[in-house]
Write a protein that binds this ligand. Structure first.
Ligand code: GDP
Ligand code: ZN
Length: 349
């Protein structure tokens, strides 16, 4: 524990960010039965360079119970961080891609999986819109995913297929984040699991058959848990799920370090656990002495990602700096400042 509770301090979890405020769900109810406070930040947090992310455990003080307002005074150390969108203390990252409408893009899926892997937390792959393809096709995608190292779930909000197993996967303690391209059905999935959320769902529209953006924010929602655990819903931390679909987030950044990139492929992790490559700085492109070889399903995707990472790394100063600056600016904008302000999306004019 980083901070001792003072007499008027209470601990809670950031469940949503607004421009200069955040909503904090307290672990315990206040005297008026209130558990959610609209909080400002103390400048101290800003000066020490700490930005708040949804999912952060924070201490609040200066509580005005009648007004439901308070201030965030301190931040607990994070257990994990999903970088973009910024979500702290993630227990499970659920990557959702549709089997059709929009058409599954393997490189895009891989980028989402790599971002998810970067948290170091378990990753659940979900194939949505299973109703739009044949059962054989569903089975074949699940087999492909198994070869990559993922035990995928196929779901459909239309037929209800796979919803119960997904609910079980989400109804674990801690925060589960749903991320994935726009229009794949993340909001629909959460609505089906938890109808009272009433998240807005977009009609798939336009040439590209991509969904229009509906979820423009990152917010924590309590998930329904099994009846026996229903009481737990009143408390935090509870099983919570999160829609993490933000405009312009259809092409996640790759890790900047080739070693980190390789480790984010379960295939490479698993293979290297059995035996190492001959050279320590192996690029795992199947050269002499490489334990990976080239005969694995995502080899060409890995090579493509590695080439991009190396190309960025090899560009001296100016471009690399620009890229870094762009990245950090994006991360900042996902921090406390205005997550809902990124209204323009190159993919969705
Ligand atoms: P999000 O952007 O990922 O949150 O996607 P939405 O939940 O807004 O859904 C985008 C579109 O896909 C909407 O038109 C939904 O009605 C549609 N959709 C969602 N789930 C399914 C599904 O399981 N099957 C089919 N056929 N369409 C779906
Ligand atoms: Zn190798």
């Amino acid at each position: 524990m980083g901070v001792e509770p003072g007499p008027l301090r209470l601990i809670g979890q950031v469940v949503a960010l607004l421009a200069n405020y955040c909503w904090v769900e307290l672990d315990q109810l206040g005297p008026t039965g209130l558990s959610r406070l609209l909080c400002t930040r103390r400048t101290r947090l800003g000066k020490s360079g700490q930005t708040i992310a949804v999912g952060d455990r924070v201490w609040v003080d200066g509580i005005d119970w009648p007004a439901g307002r308070a201030a965030v005074a301190a931040l607990e150390p994070r257990q994990s961080l999903l970088e973009r969108p910024a979500v702290a203390n993630v227990a499970l990252v659920v990557v959702v891609v549709a089997l059709a409408e929009p058409e599954l893009d393997l490189l895009q899926l891989t980028r989402f999986l790599l971002t998810a892997e970067a948290t170091g937390r378990p990753v659940q792959l979900v194939f949505s819109k299973a109703d739009l393809v044949s059962p054989d096709e569903v089975a074949s995608w699940c087999q492909r995913a198994a070869a990559w190292g993922y035990d995928a779930l196929a779901v459909s909000t239309s037929s209800g297929e796979g919803m119960e197993p997904l609910l079980q996967r989400l109804a674990q303690p801690g925060i589960a984040v749903l991320c994935g391209p726009s229009g794949v059905g993340k909001s629909s999935v959460l609505n089906r699991l938890c109808p009272e959320l009433g998240l807005r769902v977009a009609a798939v529209s336009g040439r590209l058959q991509r969904g229009r953006h509906t979820t423009r924010h990152v917010e924590l929602f309590a998930m329904p848990s099994k009846p026996a655990a229903a009481d737990a819903l009143a408390l935090f931390p509870v099983a919570a799920a999160l829609v993490a679909d933000t405009p312009g987030f259809n092409r996640p950044e790759l890790p900047s370090d080739p070693v980190v990139l390789a480790q984010a492929f379960p295939e490479i992790r698993q293979r290297l656990a059995l035996g190492l490559c001959r050279f320590r700085n192996c690029r795992h492109l199947g050269d002499l002495g490489c334990a990976m070889g080239t005969d694995w399903p995502r080899f060409s995707l890995y090579r493509q990602c590695l080439e991009e990472v190396e190309a960025i790394a090899s560009v001296p100063s100016r471009v690399a700096t620009t890229t870094r600056r762009r990245t950090s600016r994006r991360q900042t904008s996902q921090g406390l400042s205005r997550p809902g302000r990124e209204d323009s999306d190159p993919d969705h004019p």
